[in-house]
Design a binder for this molecule. Structure first.
Ligand code: FAD
Length: 290
């Protein structure tokens, strides 16, 4: 499939990129790794007259921080997967990165592209949601921030204005004793996109077995990735048991809107999300007690 004609830009710094976005944003597309964008341009789903390749903005490729982790939008999935720093500070992101596509995709795909593509199946989304990440958004007017939990509007649609881009993610440090898990069942086709996925962050009192904190976010279970706030509320203060896990997994189904598509049926997704969430919560419970 041929690409339509477009004007191509390679800004050498953030200021130049933002100025281009300001001039052409309404008919432009940002190119990071291109693993989502280029196929969409070939299918003519995205028709950009101006293509702004941000790959040279090396100032947006970093992983650092202490009490507040910072990850640049241009950090590759592979960079996150191989980060020893994240293994210590935030293994959830490292584990999630390792489950995305295959190594060629992870070498060029970026965390910013994964989130801005706003696919319901974007694997970093549930992980960043349970981590309560904040997104830094830049434009010629300056910088602002938004919670990742309010970032997604519809499939392919986010709160970003046409002249805005993501520059970094802030991730607060989790409390001691808090554990995180990402579970995903990938489709059998070459993309490996999730039929369903879930990220769980929880802490359980070692002595009583009572849930102190629970955060749950799911992918491929609604038009956007979503946090399951009602299920979380239901779990906090309860002792982990078969009964409470069954109630919680039923609540998740009520909070989501799974559909049937080429990757899986609605019924299969419901089955998967119940099993994966219960399993993740049980896993965290046992790891907390041991
Ligand atoms: C074979 C294959 C397998 C895949 N498997 C998976 C998988 O298992 N899990 C998964 O989640 N994804 C998967 N993907 C999708 C894709 O690889 C990821 O979403 C990747 O992280 C996208 O990053 P990118 O840098 O390539 O984004 P790009 O394609 O460059 O951009 C994606 C979108 O985000 C916008 N954008 C990019 N960066 C910014 C920014 N900083 N600010 C504002 N807008 C921006 C672009 O304009 C575009 O609309 C797969 C893709 C392929 C082709």
């Amino acid at each position: 499939m041929k690409l339509r004609k477009f004007k191509y830009y390679e800004p050498q710094g953030l200021e130049e990129a933002l100025s281009l976005l300001d001039r052409f944003g309404h008919v432009a597309a940002i190119l990071a790794g291109g693993t989502d964008l280029v196929p969409l341009m070939k299918q003519k789903t995205v028709q950009a007259k101006h293509l702004i390749n941000i790959k040279h903005l090396t100032e947006l490729d970093f992983i650092r921080g202490d009490s507040m982790l910072e990850i640049g939008a241009l950090t590759t999935i592979r960079g996150i997967e191989k980060s020893d720093f994240l293994q210590k500070k935030c293994p959830l992101l490292r584990d999630t990165a390792g489950r995305i596509g295959y190594v060629q995709i992870r070498n060029v795909g970026t965390i910013g592209g994964n989130i801005c593509n706003a696919s319901p199946a974007a694997d970093f989304a549930p992980a960043l949601m349970v981590l309560d990440a904040t997104v830094e958004i830049a434009s010629v007017d300056g910088k602002k921030s938004a919670s990742i939990n309010s970032f997604f509007l519809n499939p392919g649609e986010t709160i970003l204005d046409k002249n805005e881009m993501i520059t970094r993610f802030w991730i607060p440090r989790t409390d001691e004793g808090t554990r995180c898990i990402f579970r995903k069942v990938p489709s059998g086709n070459s993309s490996g996109l999730a039929i369903a996925s879930v990220a769980v962050l929880s802490s359980v009192d070692k002595v009583s077995g009572v849930v102190r904190e629970a955060r749950i976010a799911v992918g491929s279970m609604a038009p956007t990735p979503i946090r399951c706030f009602k299920t979380e509320k239901l779990l906090v203060g309860e002792k982990i048991s078969d009964e409470i896990l069954n109630i919680a997994s039923q609540k998740i189904v009520e909070e989501t809107k799974p559909i049937s598509d080429i990757r899986g049926s609605r019924e299969y997704r419901i089955h998967l999300i119940k099993v994966m969430t219960k399993d993740a919560l049980m896993d965290i419970y046992w790891r907390n007690l041991s």
